[in-house]
Design a protein around this ligand. Structure first.
Ligand SMILES: [Zn+2]
Length: 168
């Protein structure tokens, strides 16, 4: 049996990654799990009260409309948010479903950007067709990961710790 060339192997692994990504992004159980994480985090933030004045936080949740979310999903699109009962300051806790104001799921931003690394324009177009994300958006996301994300506190926490010198 002939071994696939390096190019064929990459295409095959990319194809598998794309299929797996689509399975994840269409899996409502996965998004319900992410919703549960967000709900728990929001409850913790609510208990702390207003970061500005210490006042009570009242629910001010709203509905997001991710472009890549099925229209039948409702609960999964709720963005947890609060409003202070004293100073009216809005508090919107971090989310594992939404990435800032981006109009796609955070998981889509992450997967599509990771899979676009090092792709030719032709293959990038295949990727954009599958995710429904324009090439320019993919490039913008990639630039954000490479530049802005590396300046965030999250990156400071997540960046790998270098291995000690002299150890095998
Ligand atoms: Zn307040």
């Amino acid at each position: 049996m002939a071994q696939p060339s390096k190019g064929e192997s990459l295409d095959s692994s990319l194809k598998t990654a794309l299929i797996m990504s689509q399975i994840i992004l269409r899996n409502q159980t996965f998004f319900k799990f992410l919703l549960h994480i967000d709900r728990e985090h929001a409850a913790t933030i609510c208990l702390r009260g207003c970061a500005r004045c210490g006042g009570p936080l009242h629910q001010a949740h709203y509905q997001r409309k991710p472009r890549d979310a099925p229209s039948s999903w409702v609960e999964e699109k709720i963005r947890f948010s609060f409003c202070c009962g004293h100073c009216r300051n809005r508090c919107t806790p971090a989310s594992v479903r939404f990435m800032g104001r981006r109009v796609y799921w955070g998981a889509t931003v992450l997967l599509a950007t990771a899979l676009s690394h090092g792709l030719s324009l032709r293959r990038s177009r295949s990727l954009t067709q599958l995710f429904g994300v324009p090439v320019q958006t993919l490039r913008r996301w990639r630039q954000w990961w490479l530049a802005e994300f590396t300046t965030t506190p999250v990156w400071q926490i997540l960046q790998p710790i270098p291995a000690p010198r002299g150890n095998p």
